[in-house]
Design a protein around this ligand. Sequence first.
Ligand code: HEM
Length: 240
Amino acid sequence: MAELKSYAVWDRSTRWFHWINFLCVVALTAVGLAILYGDAIDLTNAGKIALKTLHVWIGYVFALNLLWRLAWGFIGNVHARWRAVLPVGAGYFSSLAGYVRATLAGAPPHYIGRSPASRLAATVLILVLIVQAVTGLVLAGTDVFMPPFGSWIAGWIAAPGVDPATLVPYAPEMYDKAAFEAMRAFRKPFVNVHLWNFYALMGLVVAHVTAVIAVELKGGGIIGAMFTGRKVLPGRPVDE
Ligand code: HEM
């Protein structure tokens, strides 16, 4: 039996990002599904407004946490940096091929930081999260007039003589009909991307959890590391 050794890997910021992101995605998914099936569950307009407002407030936490992680990629420890996350650099593709071959043979090599496969997975996940955050922030302005674009949208659709600052959601009598229709057409692609990207994210979450469990069962020590910051590994890691 190989001797177990413990290595420092995930710094405090990276761990906090991971678990705050996890909680936000769970909460945003739950509230998002209630918005999506609002008609099926007979939501009133007041109920829709409350759910959208709640979704946006959680969304701000999610977006700020994500922004912090993007910045941390420039200032965090060596394993948090973009150089260690993005699937780039000399020899990346041959190391990925080697990792996949060894994994298919039932013996994935251990890494202190990310394996080549997990770099690819992390990059795709972060890109999908960015798309969800950006489309969500645009949508936050369109129905409930929340920042960052809410006051611009309110100014666009307010009926003549109505002060945009007094506009309330779901009050068509306060809106200019043509401007409102134009705004709905503008927002349509954002709703579509937010929804289809959500489906993609759900697929990635399933793949992520499955891969984490598979690596853990092969002795990769990755679940404990996201709590303690340290990986406990048998034998010598590839990137020691
Ligand atoms: C992982 C993150 C997120 C997930 C999983 C998620 C999920 C969803 C889902 C499933 C819907 C229903 C889609 C529909 O009605 O067609 C939705 C709607 C919405 N989301 Fe998100 N969302 C996320 C992030 C955000 C963020 C960061 C914001 C803004 C701060 C946001 C703002 C909105 C708004 C305003 C709607 C209502 C769209 C409408 O009026 O139909 N979302 N979200």
